[in-house]
Design a protein around this ligand. Structure first.
Ligand code: NAG
Length: 195
């Protein structure tokens, strides 16, 4: 009985090591097998071929970050504003967060920090007309609306002192308040701001 047991467990061990060996072999083959264009797995790490940004003086790094932001935000202004977001491959827009122009609200603090005053003013001119109606077939998501819209408005107000941002934050927060009218007092996932 004991011998049979030893015999079986030895076989089980052998099976396990064969399976492990085959698995390792497959991975090695996968890595080394030449792909259709004749090269095998690309071991070069693209990170190494990029400039070493850490060595740049911080002013130059800041300028590069600002350039990247201006690239993205000016495309938003050109192709998507006042919709929510830019679809950057097609140069069209998408309404993903209530349809009130979420990118403008989200970007207020960045626009201010980067001293992009004309963009900031253009955003304010849309924001001051926002009415926060339910534009879409979906209700307004509480969490997303608080972090993006209310947060954006309050950050913009804190930095610029523009009263319209504070009053819009208040107006929107009032519309969101009924989310707490649940049995537990925990906020509902979403609400219709028009009811
Ligand atoms: C989108 O706009 C950019 C910048 O104006 C342009 O280079 C690009 O070709 C456009 N893409 C499409 C799909 O039209």
């Amino acid at each position: 009985m004991a011998r049979a047991h030893r015999f079986l467990s030895r076989h089980a061990r052998n099976r396990t090591s064969i399976a492990t060996g085959a698995f390792v072999l497959l991975i090695v083959l996968y890595i080394l097998w030449p792909s259709r264009d004749g090269r095998s797995f690309d071991f070069s790490t693209p990170v190494d071929s990029r400039p070493n940004y850490n060595k740049w003086p911080k002013e130059r790094r800041a300028e590069a970050v600002k350039e990247a932001f201006v690239h993205a935000y000016s495309a938003y202004e050109e192709y998507a504003m006042p919709a929510d977001e830019l679809k950057p491959l097609r140069n069209t827009s998408i309404q993903n967060f209530n349809g009130w122009g979420v990118s403008m609200f989200d970007a207020l603090d960045t626009l201010w920090f980067m001293d992009l005053k004309p963009e900031f003013e253009r955003a304010i001119s849309y924001i001051s007309k926002a009415e926060f109606h339910r534009h879409q077939k979906y209700d307004v998501m509480f969490f997303e609306t608080v972090i993006r819209y209310v947060g954006g408005l309050l950050a913009g107000y804190a930095l610029s002192g523009r009263e319209v941002l504070l009053s819009k934050a208040d107006e929107l927060a009032q519309k969101l308040l009924p989310v707490f009218g649940t049995a537990t007092g925990m906020p509902a996932f979403a609400i219709n701001p028009d009811t």
